[in-house]
Design a protein around this ligand. Structure first.
Ligand SMILES: Cc1cc2nc3c(=O)[nH]c(=O)nc-3n(C[C@H](O)[C@H](O)[C@H](O)COP(=O)(O)OP(=O)(O)OC[C@H]3O[C@@H](n4cnc5c(N)ncnc54)[C@H](O)[C@@H]3O)c2cc1C
Length: 475
């Protein structure tokens, strides 16, 4: 049997991102003793994004949907986890530069898997983010939780009816699954959870408006389920405005343009942005060094084997990947991760390359409210209680970690069978942290280095270092 020289030297696989793509790629390499896996991500956790809306509306805690990546991979001896934001990739030199708190590290790779996902897109109006946060991260969800619960608190104190109404009007922009789920949960919060908790306001008076520039709700689920969802939302008392474009957002409201082109204002303090995604900025760094281009959403157009065109050692998977119009969903990231590992291990073993990547669509689902969801699996489409049970089961299966499954089930029981929500804590840091950090950042860069404190100066001055290799597998 021929001996592959690479077996004796561990093959260095660097994975950027600890989301569905990154984590599933790392785990798929678990049994390979001939590889050294380095997962680099800007957060210390793996995030189960589909349940972010439940953190934002007080059903689940952040820990239940975001286990520590280090813990998830603790038994995988060929893998190590590094915290840091990747700021540069040199495809030719085969290095990744990442930074945390001013400490810069350069990590070399033999094969790179980029699974850096996508951020929120405001379609060129990034200033909207100040007043209408998106929902992509734990920070986003906690900020929204603070804003939503905070709006009820301020309404109780409001000096005028107009102010009360403004505070009790919640606007969700984007009628995809996230927007629908958020709108449904805010309404249920007002109708069920908070109904006895205030003395001046009646939380049930809260108005929830769901806006989308397109003509339908849940467009990716088809017309039948879209109509069904709209009916259900309207029956709950949610105002659904389709073919309506948001043209401006400020602290106290939004300006919208209706289907006939007329503009009007909606007074609202608490707004949620759930429309539009934009690929990670790393996409631009990769396309500048390869034959791949970016699509309109800033995603990298990859070759049929998910590699960067002309750069076979770099794979791009998940939400950052553009291939055959595949959607930005967890299954695309998971299947892409497993496929990339198949290609890499075939190369290491000297086997022929697998056939081009083919996505197997397992269907999609979205909840509308407690006991109501929609499921679309090819020709099979249904909504209602059975769909909700299917949603419940599937999400439990995919939540990483036994501990999370048990507590999640408990909290769902509290919310869906009872009226309570276990996670109603909000803090000033949640609501103000993002903008305070932005301001600090701006102020900080304006300061001369001498004005920074001693420790921070040391960290900022730390030379770029090459990340040490992980300790050898004792097994
Ligand atoms: C609110 C919400 C609800 C959703 N609901 C569903 C659903 O119900 N069903 C479904 O199938 N899909 C759903 N999705 C989509 C699904 O979550 C994504 O398709 C999936 O997470 C994509 O996986 P990924 O690994 O490509 O990216 P992500 O999971 O987003 O992971 C990206 C990773 O890269 C890291 N990262 C990014 N930039 C850098 C950098 N510069 N340096 C270092 N690390 C970096 C991030 O920290 C993160 O770890 C939802 C998404 C959201 C936001």
């Amino acid at each position: 049997m021929p001996v592959d020289a690479r077996v004796s030297t561990p093959h260095r696989i660097v994975i950027i991102g600890s989301g569905f793509g990154g984590l599933f790629a790392a785990r798929a390499l678990k049994r390979r003793k001939d590889v050294e896996v380095t997962v680099i991500a800007k957060t210390t956790h793996h995030l189960f994004q589909p349940l972010l809306y439940q953190v934002a509306t007080g059903i689940l805690s952040e820990g239940e949907i975001a286990p520590a990546t280090r813990e998830v991979l603790s038994h995988q001896k060929n893998a190590r986890v590094l915290l840091g934001e990747v700021t540069d990739i040199q495809v030719g030199d085969k290095t990744v530069t990442h930074e945390v708190m001013g400490r810069r590290t350069v990590t070399p790779f033999d094969t790179l898997i980029v699974a850096a996902g996508a951020g929120q897109s405001y379609f060129g109006n990034d200033q909207f983010a100040d007043h209408a946060p998106g929902m992509k991260t734990i920070d986003d969800a906690l900020e929204l939780r603070g804003r939503i619960f905070g709006a009820f608190e301020l309404a109780e104190l409001a000096p005028s009816q107009a102010e009360r109404e403004r505070l009790l009007t919640f606007v969700v922009v984007g009628a995809g699954p996230t927007g629908v789920e958020m709108a449904g949960q805010i309404k249920e919060l007002a109708q069920r959870t908070l109904k006895n908790d205030f003395r001046v306001i009646n939380p049930r008076d809260a108005k929830v408006i769901l806006i989308d520039a397109g003509p339908t709700v849940l467009p990716s689920f088809g017309e039948k389920l879209g109509d069904l969802t709209r009916e259900k939302l309207e029956a709950m008392g949610i105002e659904v405005r389709t073919s309506t474009k948001v043209v401006d957002v400020d602290a106290t409201g939004l300006e919208v343009e209706g289907p006939d082109g007329t503009r009007s204002r909606i007074e609202s303090k608490a707004k949620v942005w759930a429309a539009g995604v934009s690929g990670s900025p790393l996409g631009r760094i990769l396309t500048a060094q390869s034959d791949s281009g970016l699509d309109r959403a800033g995603r990298v157009e990859v070759a049929p084997d998910l590699t960067l065109k002309g750069r076979p050692d770099v794979f791009v998977i998940g939400d950052l990947m553009a291939l055959n119009g595949l959607p930005g969903v967890a299954q695309v990231a998971i299947q892409g991760a497993r496929y990339a590992v198949k290609v890499i291990t075939a190369r290491l073993d000297g086997r022929p390359a697998p056939a081009p990547f083919e996505y197997f669509d397992k269907g999609s689902m979205a909840t509308i409210s407690r006991f109501s969801a929609v499921v679309s699996m090819g020709r099979i489409q249904f909504g209602g209680f059975v769909a909700w049970l299917a949603w419940l089961g599937l999400h439990l299966v995919y939540i990483t970690g036994f501990k999370s499954r048990v507590t999640t089930l408990l909290h769902w029981f509290v919310t869906f069978i009872g009226r309570g929500r276990a996670q109603r804590v909000t803090t000033a840091q949640q609501v103000l942290g993002r903008r305070a950090l932005q301001r600090l950042d701006q102020a900080d860069t304006a300061l001369p280095p001498a004005a920074r404190d001693e420790d921070e100066r040391d960290m900022l001055a730390a030379p770029a270092s090459v990340a040490p290799a992980p300790s050898p597998d004792p097994a």
